[in-house]
Design a protein around this ligand. Structure first.
Ligand code: ADP
Length: 489
């Protein structure tokens, strides 16, 4: 049997799967990762741990799953994006993760000194941008900046380097660096020159199903992969997740309900991104992903489970005890500030509408309804107020049936939840291997054959009407409270 091996190098773990030509999956294995937090806003990971994760998963495959190395026809990846990683054979410094906030003033400098940011890169620059992080390294850690062989921007780029010695990235990852011309899919040389970032240290941009290189003798000895096995460029996690959600045609849309989350839609063209929306290259060369992020999603659901119930199962039952509209109770979910549609790091959570009749179940329901209203706001942004007939919902939150039903009712669309939710980014990454090997004609065929809905939630027109009115009230709450009553610090 022939296999594609696919890895997702996330923030909390490395996940690996083997997927056969007929779409069957085996060898699912997870390797946990550590994150290092410093007192000055440092958030870092060790690239050597990413590599060790791959080695351990490969050994498990060879010894326990009994896969023959020659049966693995291609290796492909998905990985966290907006990192700054230093390729070096001498000593591997820690990678600076996307959430690291040290480069704030460098981001301000870029925004001040470059005037065509939105036309060319079409993405907001803040402290998470690798562009800003490069400038921070230039002035704060010159030795590493100058001695490294190259800069890489996704955990999977580093793993490709370990396996093949090649320095490549993909257009999805490159779009999030702030240094790529989004239409041309090229580094914006003029900007690099202006800030003295050496172009020679930038990786080659290759499409996800293009060859990055072949497994070297050294990597073969470490992993058990056969020397010479093709390794593909793969894609940043938003690209692989988009394929994993089956969003491969114009206007296909999905919601990601993770610890944090996003709403995304596929577009053939892009206008100017709003301040806190992003436009990424899609894995499909002629498409873009319009994406709007939320900071308050599964983390808020977890908080609700602890605060109003004894865990998720009880929360799920409690929500169902309150009617749609939660007896007039509303919740603004901004427990961690918010990025979109309100960009306010100081925004706070609010309950509004309590009476003497309000019950614990109403609090539980209002919380999930607040999360769904917040998704409706960002859906309206990415889809220009269009309402899709159906939408795919993925991520840990999709396990909650009641959350998915309220999502369907609030959005007034059918909600599909696919199988293998936990491994969807890896399944999405595997599609690159299928295209490269000619096992499918294109990504559309991959999605049609292998991304299957496990469950569907149909919306109730009656509940949709209740939520339509509720949404009008919800939209007034942030301007009424948070804008007029800034938090007491
Ligand atoms: P990430 O990879 O961003 O950490 P995941 O897709 O693993 O996110 O989702 C994590 C979130 O999933 C948690 O914050 C939690 O709220 C949610 N979650 C996990 N299990 C359940 C469940 N049974 N019901 C509802 N939500 C759940």
């Amino acid at each position: 049997m022939s296999w594609v091996s696919a890895f997702d190098i996330g923030t909390t773990s490395v996940k690996g799967i083997l997927i056969s030509k007929d779409g069957s999956i085996k060898g699912e294995k997870t390797y946990p990762l550590q994150t290092y937090y410093g007192v000055n806003g440092e958030i870092e990971q060790s690239p050597e741990e990413w590599r060790d994760g791959i080695i351990e998963i490969c050994r498990y495959w060879m010894q326990n799953v009994k896969v023959e190395p020659e049966d693995i026809k291609a290796i492909t990846f998905s990985g966290q994006m907006q990192d700054l990683i230093f390729a070096s054979r001498l000593r591997v410094p820690r990678a600076i993760l996307y959430s690291d906030t040290r480069a704030k003033s460098e981001a301000e400098r870029i925004n001040l000194e470059i005037h065509q940011l939105t036309e060319i890169a079409n993405n907001p620059i803040d402290a998470s941008s690798p562009f800003a992080k490069c400038l921070w390294m230039q002035s704060h850690q010159q030795e590493i900046y100058e001695s490294c062989e190259a800069f890489l921007f996704s955990s999977k780029d580093y793993c490709i380097y370990e396996l093949t010695n090649q320095l490549v990235t993909d257009p999805v990852t490159a779009a999030t660096t702030g240094m790529m011309n989004l239409r041309k899919k090229e580094w914006q040389k003029e900007w690099l020159g202006k800030f003295e970032i050496p172009i020679a240290k930038m990786p080659d941009i290759r499409y996800p199903d293009q060859l990055a290189g072949h497994v070297t003798k050294r990597a073969a000895e470490l992993t058990g992969f056969m020397e010479g096995t093709p390794v593909l460029s793969g894609s940043g996690d938003a690209g692989a997740t988009t394929i994993g959600a089956g969003a491969v045609r114009e206007n296909d849309s999905y919601l990601y309900l993770g610890t944090t989350g996003w709403a995304a839609t596929v577009q053939k063209e892009f206008g100017e991104s709003g301040d806190f929306m992003f436009t990424l290259s899609h894995v499909l060369p002629d498409c873009y992903i319009s994406i709007a992020p939320l900071l308050n999603v599964g983390n808020v659901y977890l908080w609700a489970g602890k605060t109003f119930a004894n865990g998720m199962d009880e929360l799920e039952q409690l929500i169902a005890e309150s009617p749609p509209g939660a007896n007039g109770l509303f919740f603004l979910p901004y427990l961690n500030g918010e990025r979109c549609p309100v960009n306010d790091p100081d925004a706070k959570g609010i309950f509004y509408g309590m009476t003497i009749h309000t019950k614990r179940a109403d609090f539980a329901r209002a919380i999930v309804e607040g999360l769904c209203y917040s998704y409706r706001q960002i859906m309206n942004l990415v889809m220009n107020d269009r309402r899709p007939a159906s939408i795919t919902v993925i991520g840990g939150g999709a396990r909650s049936r009641v959350w998915c039903q309220i999502t369907a009712d609030v959005l007034g669309t059918e909600v599909h939840v696919p199988e293998n939710s936990e491994y969807l980014p890896a399944v999405g990454a595997a599609s690159n291997g299928f295209c490269y090997l000619g096992w499918v004609r294109n990504y559309e065929e991959f999605a049609d054959r292998f991304i299957k809905a496990d469950r569907t939630n149909v919306y109730s027109p009656l509940n949709q009407q209740i939520y339509h009115k509720g949404f009008e009230t919800y939209e007034k709450l942030y301007p009424a409270f948070c804008l007029t009553h800034p938090p007491i610090s």
